[in-house]
Design a protein around this ligand. Structure first.
Ligand SMILES: Nc1nc2c(c(=O)[nH]1)N[C@@H](CN(C=O)c1ccc(C(=O)N[C@@H](CCC(=O)O)C(=O)O)cc1)CN2
Length: 289
């Protein structure tokens, strides 16, 4: 068996083309959506991701507001920029690029954001709305994974999803999305404390690998025909970027997401969805709900 590809690049392009029309409709009503980003430090990966988010904005007609601070920035300096973005009328939604430098209280920064401008779905209010099943921005990577599966007709209803990794951007919230009545999956969340990870993985119809451990998922961990989504990014001894999924998994799985070209572009596309939906909610209509 050779797995079919969950093509995140093509799917993200389709979503961006749909969003372009929605942004045009907002502009016709006098609403200009604008995405703000706050990048602290000079991590090359984070810089690259933020630059990509602004390229996407230009593609669909969303305005860009970019804020940068050095990695020596204090908690107070970061919070001052958050307050400025909260008050800035041109910024209709924004993100704080994670991770923040060591020593910074990330939760305090996220809690200070205006929840109405939370484009990442990571504000405690947004996560609370997700728990309560109320409309609001959804975390971009988990939502991107669901959209990627949906648009490739991979069945979620009744599926057993095994997630590896309990980080804030993926593992913590993906179960909340996948177990909604609309998705109706059953989710097992695994982490470094899980006994016999391989036994858990072999039960999965869908694996979401977000551990940040290069080639952690091997062919013998995968049930034949399962869908395997690779979210992880780590580096080998020579600095080469590796995903969490061994490429040989494609011989066993039914579906695999490439990395790059899978979940990453979907994360960016679903960020734009959050910005457009928030602008539509603010304008009192549109497609949001
Ligand atoms: N505030 C946030 N911080 C972080 C998030 C997040 O959702 N919100 N997620 C990750 C990083 N991330 C978004 O910020 C992200 C990661 C990867 C990609 C992406 O498009 N990757 C490409 C490869 C890019 C390359 O060439 O290196 C791909 O997979 O094809 C986009 C966004 C942590 N921080």
């Amino acid at each position: 068996m050779t797995a079919q590809i969950l093509d995140g690049k093509a799917t993200a392009a389709a979503i961006k083309s749909e969003l372009t029309a929605r942004v045009e409709a907002l502009k016709a009503r006098g609403v200009q959506p604008g995405l703000g980003t706050l990048l602290v430090g000079d991590d090359p990966g984070s810089k690259w991701y933020v630059a990509g988010k602004h390229r996407d904005c230009a593609e669909v007609g969303i305005a860009s507001i970019q804020r940068e601070l050095p990695d020596t920035a204090t908690q107070e300096e970061i919070e001052a920029v958050v307050r400025e973005l909260n008050d800035n009328p041109e910024c209709t939604g924004y993100i704080v690029q994670l991770p923040l430098p060591k020593g910074i209280d990330t939760n305090r920064v996220l809690e200070l954001m205006d929840p109405a401008k939370d484009a990442d779905g990571l504000h405690p209010m947004s996560l609370g709305r997700l728990v309560l099943n109320e409309p609001g921005p959804l975390p971009c990577t988990p939502n991107g994974i669901i959209e990627l599966l949906r648009r490739h007709d991979v069945e979620l209803n009744g599926a057993h999803v095994v997630v590896v990794g309990r980080g804030i951007t993926v593992g913590r919230s993906i179960g909340l999305l996948m177990t909604r009545r609309t998705e109706n999956a059953t989710v097992t969340l695994c982490h470094t404390g899980t006994r016999d990870l391989s036994a858990q993985l072999r039960q999965a119809d869908i694996i979401v690998a977000a551990a940040g451990v290069g080639h952690l998922i091997k062919p013998e961990d995968v049930k034949p025909g399962a869908a395997v989504l690779d979210v992880g990014v780590s580096r080998d001894g020579e600095g080469k970027i590796m995903g969490d999924v061994d490429p040989a998994v494609a011989k066993v799985a039914g579906w695999v997401s490439p990395n790059p070209g899978g979940v990453g572009p979907m994360t960016r596309a679903l960020l734009l969805v959050n910005v457009v939906e928030a602008a539509e909610r603010g304008a009192g209509g549109g497609n949001a709900g």
